[in-house]
Design a protein around this ligand. Structure first.
Ligand code: SF4
Length: 301
């Protein structure tokens, strides 16, 4: 964390000596919530849920973030590495979750690895899910490959201007596509469709954004052009205008049925046969995690 280069921003903040970069993550992992979560894609959720750890802070700043209490505002609790070890132990051994689902882990990868090491020494291991906005570097993915058995990775934008305006993320498209190429090469397609049984592979999430459905379709076209139609794609209609999106058109409105149909049809037309297309009726769901989820430990439905 000295001269931090964990994400594409490469701030070079000395986080070991009190420095803060763009994400404002410190040297200790800050957690907002951890516990079994039942809202992920079925292969990640068995009878006991996916063992989510929601890390505070984020390498992007999305106007429409539903997790803004902890991603933007940094709510949560700093925990020691031994405490994180015990949380990971609890998710695997007591809660019997299908996996460790690390939500926005990138600023904390070195301490997550340190926390997991004692568990590996005891023979305790469930798959790691690297749950990401897709703003990653190949160098970091390669260095922390041991923390990525399953990549649950977004393709949010196909136009850097949109990524900059909506998420303050320069050069998102190149970083995102390089990351997907690397993950396809190293992990490949998901190894199981059975609930809670996935142990390895890639799921690409496509969140349809209002006014930018063409970018979602363009990303599906890019995946197909690279020969990645063997990947599971998860097309999501749940965009809800919240937080700073409420004052920033076109992000201040829900996705229309026409926009959503455009992307759902693109997924079919480009030959994706594995994955999920959320029903349009799921748009505007009210149970947004960041709006309703209390901090600390507990199940999330
Ligand atoms: S993880 Fe945070 S401090 Fe490190 S390069 Fe990214 S934004 Fe900067």
């Amino acid at each position: 964390m000295a001269l931090c280069e964990l994400c594409p921003r490469r701030c070079h903040a000395d986080r070991e000596d009190g420095g803060l970069g763009f994400c404002r993550a410190g040297s200790l992992p800050r957690l907002f919530r951890w516990g079994p979560h039942f809202g992920e894609e079925p292969p990640l959720v068995g009878p006991n849920g996916s063992g989510c750890v929601f890390f505070s802070r984020c390498t992007m700043k999305c106007l429409y973030c539903q997790n803004s209490p902890w991603s933007w505002k940094g709510e949560g609790e700093d925990v020691s590495v031994p405490r994180l070890t015990e949380i990971l132990r609890e998710l695997a051994v007591k809660d019997k979750c299908s996996n460790w689902n690390l939500v926005s882990p990138t600023p904390y990868l070195p301490v997550i690895r340190a926390a997991a090491a004692p568990l590996f020494a005891e023979g305790i291991k469930i798959p790691f899910v690297w749950n990401s906005s897709g703003y990653e570097t190949v160098d970091t993915l390669r260095e922390y490959r041991d923390l990525c058995d399953i990549a649950l990775i977004d393709m949010r934008y196909a136009d850097d201007a949109t990524a900059l305006a909506a998420s303050a993320a320069p050069k998102y498209v190149e970083a995102n596509r390089d990351a997907i190429r690397f993950l396809h090469e190293t992990l490949g397609p998901l190894d199981s469709d059975e609930p809670g049984k996935a142990t390895r592979g890639v799921i690409v999430r496509i969140l349809v954004l209002p006014g930018h459905a063409d970018e979602a379709a363009e990303n599906l076209a890019w995946l197909a052009s690279e020969g990645f139609t063997d990947l599971h794609v998860s097309v999501m209609s749940q965009y809800t205008p919240v937080y700073k999106a409420l004052e920033t058109p076109p992000f201040d409105r829900p996705v229309t049925a026409e926009e959503y149909d455009l992307v759902a049809e693109a997924a079919s037309d480009f030959g994706f046969e594995r994955g999920w297309v959320q029903g349009f009726e799921a748009s505007g769901v009210s149970n947004l995690l960041g709006e309703t989820m209390p901090p600390g430990h507990g199940s999330v439905g």
